[in-house]
Design a protein around this ligand. Structure first.
Ligand code: SF4
Length: 451
């Protein structure tokens, strides 16, 4: 249907509406927030993705075929919600379509990944009639009001794991200058955020060679810990060979939280080699042991792939065995799917969907049980919890400890988005239930433990 001009679709206050959704990783989430802010500053009203809007922006993901399918579903959903709206896609699935020379069905504008932050300009060049009459400046965004902000520090991957399309869709290795990251972190602290999650496609590659302005990743974290005003810094996901001694020291000293998300992918040496992963299972086990020894209260979470073309039953058993040894707090289990242009794409997909399903369920059951045990180790402790904005139906508030334990407790609404002390009393389905310890009581407990 042809575009009929701003008055046809704009809402009652006359601003064109824009809606956003993100598939995939924290880097994508960060970038969506930046795109959203550019639309807000240009005068668009930001509305939820399931509401009628004049433009829908979908930041897509191609990491698995399921992520790609969800990205395309989001495009169809937008068209259903408002058939007259314009649909803009960017992100890795959109980039993959550009690489293959395919059309992205249902999209009016496809913005290449490297130009993602210029999505507004690309959209307005295609549809100049959509430009708001006057710029209204920044408005409170639908994504604000959170306790935790994502802070992108690095982009690009040059590892080329054999199953992964990301080095093709995000090829440029870039580190943000440390001064820019610090300025953004200070702004987040001023806006009331307590925690920043430092994200990058290959965050451990942050450094002077790719534009940090001379800072190593350790320098950056130290700078943020000392000068940003944020109470908590978290590293979103880091490759195991990039968890260096200085990074471990930062966690031991409390400059980043004692929680590491380290992708494992497989616990079998041959599969790891076939995947192009640059470590062996014993290296991974040793690293997790060292973390436990050196960093008080540390927890480790991970990603594991099942059904890689060379993963047989024996290799899968090796992964189960590693999980029993390492005892992850949480594991994200996902299934291999061939990605266009990757080496593994040429190896076919010999593990049947039923077998992949069986392995995924078996692994998830094992890691869920282990994760519950890992959480129960903290029962009886009083821990610092960053309280989220939601209230559960049973009236409990929910939050996360520094080391990524999910905690629920009863307390006044005024505790939302603040750091509180909670004594952990019970565990159910991996969630810890506890009792709020008021600030005065927490202080007296601290004095008792010091004495
Ligand atoms: S490290 Fe491997 S899995 Fe991670 S983004 Fe790079 S190529 Fe993909």
């Amino acid at each position: 249907m042809p575009w009929r001009g701003p008055d046809r679709l704009h809402n009652l206050v006359g601003l064109p509406r824009a809606a956003f959704t993100t598939l995939g990783c924290k880097v994508n989430q960060y970038e969506t927030q930046k795109i959203l802010e550019s639309f807000e500053e240009a005068g668009f009203e930001v509305v939820p993705f399931d509401a009628p809007s004049d433009v829908y922006v979908i930041n897509t993901c191609s990491v698995t075929s399921q992520a790609g399918a969800k990205s395309r579903y989001a495009v169809r959903k937008a068209a259903r919600t408002n058939p007259e709206a314009k649909v803009v896609v960017t992100g890795c699935e959109a980039q993959m379509a550009l690489i293959k020379g395919d059309e992205f069905e249902g999209a009016d504008v496809v913005v290449p990944n490297p130009e993602k932050l210029a999505t507004l300009d690309r959209f307005l060049s295609a549809f100049p009639g959509m430009k708001p009459v006057a710029e209204v400046g920044p408005a409170p965004s639908v994504l604000s009001g959170r306790t935790r902000a994502t802070l992108k520090v690095q982009d690009g991957c040059d590892v080329f794991c054999t199953y992964c399309s990301i080095p093709y869709t995000r090829p440029g290795m870039v580190s943000r200058p440390a001064g820019d990251v610090l300025a953004e972190a200070r702004r987040l602290a001023d806006e009331g955020y307590h925690e920043a999650v430092l994200t990058g496609v290959l965050i451990g590659a942050y450094g002077p060679e790719t534009g940090s302005g001379g800072a190593s990743f350790e320098d950056l974290v130290t700078l943020l810990a000392e000068e940003s005003g944020l109470a908590r810094l978290r590293i979103s996901s880091i490759e195991m060979h990039q968890v260096t001694q200085p990074i471990i020291d930062l966690a031991r000293d409390g400059r980043v939280v004692p929680h590491f998300h380290i992708p494992l992918q497989s616990g079998d040496d041959q599969v790891l080699a076939d995947m192009g992963r640059r470590y062996r299972r014993d290296d991974f086990i040793d690293l997790c042991r060292r973390l436990r020894v050196e960093v008080p209260d540390v927890t480790v979470t991970t990603d594991i792939m099942v059904g890689f073309p060379t993963e047989g039953v024996e290799q899968f058993e090796s992964t189960l065995d590693l999980c029993r040894q390492v005892r992850f707090l949480k594991a994200h289990v996902f299934r291999f799917s061939p990605r266009h242009g990757t080496p593994a794409d040429a190896w076919g997909d010999p593990v049947s969907p039923e077998e992949k399903q069986h392995r995924a369920v078996t692994l998830a059951q094992l890691t869920d049980g282990i994760g519950r045990e890992a959480a129960r180790r903290f029962l009886g402790r009083t821990m610092r919890v960053l309280v989220e904005s939601k209230t559960h139906k049973d009236g409990t508030l929910e939050g996360l400890t520094d080391n990524w334990l999910t905690v629920r407790f009863h307390g006044p609404e005024s505790l939302k988005r603040t750091l509180q002390s909670v004594r952990l009393d019970e565990e159910a389905n991996g969630t810890l239930y506890g009792e709020w310890v008021s600030a005065e009581r927490a202080n007296s407990l601290r004095m008792v433990s010091v004495n």
